[in-house]
Write a protein of this length. Structure first.
Length: 150
């Protein structure tokens, strides 16, 4: 099991701005926010990636995530936000303990907007999607194997 910075925060050994806590989950403000209200929702179980998380902690996360999103939206006034969850280094995960980012978006403040040229190059989330293709044969083959494991 990992003992990341988030485990230390959960145990209270490292300070944080905690906005929510129950038996399974905490939510804290990100120390290096991409935007106002950037919040991290973290299960107390020290799983590194989402696929390693127990059903109990997954259910607790699912139950509380929309509620925390609502609170962040209301406080910041953001109409849009991203829920981002990185798993593994190649996916951009820096802290090896499951966490969901709630990242409010503020285009009206000149912050980055997906698919539009960036005006100010300041802090913010910039996502780029370059869609590929999926043939009928590929979908049937891939789908068959995934279904078998579920
Ligand atoms: P990841 O890249 O792993 O998805 O995101 C890790 C996030 O954790 C980053 O946004 C980073 O700013 C945040 N973070 C790292 N260390 C700390 C810390 O000690 N306190 C808080 N509040 N956030 C942290």
């Amino acid at each position: 099991m990992t003992d990341s910075i988030f485990s230390k925060i959960i145990r209270g050994e490292v300070p944080s701005h905690k906005v929510y806590e129950d038996d399974f989950v905490i939510a804290i403000l990100d120390i290096a926010p991409l935007s106002e209200g950037h919040t991290l929702v973290i299960p107390k179980e020290p799983a590194e990636t989402l696929d390693e998380l127990s059903d109990d902690h997954a259910a607790a996360l699912g139950r509380v995530l929309p509620r925390i999103c609502r609170a962040v939206k209301r406080v910041t006034g953001a109409e849009s936000y991203n829920l981002l969850q990185n798993n593994g280094q190649a996916a951009g995960q820096a802290v090896p303990h499951v966490h969901f980012h709630i990242i409010p978006r503020f285009p009206e403040r000149g912050e980055a907007v997906d698919g539009k040229p960036d005006k100010d190059n300041g802090p913010g989330l910039r996502t780029t999607w370059k869609p590929g293709t999926l043939t009928q044969e590929e979908a049937l083959e891939l789908g068959k194997h995934i279904k078998r494991l579920l």
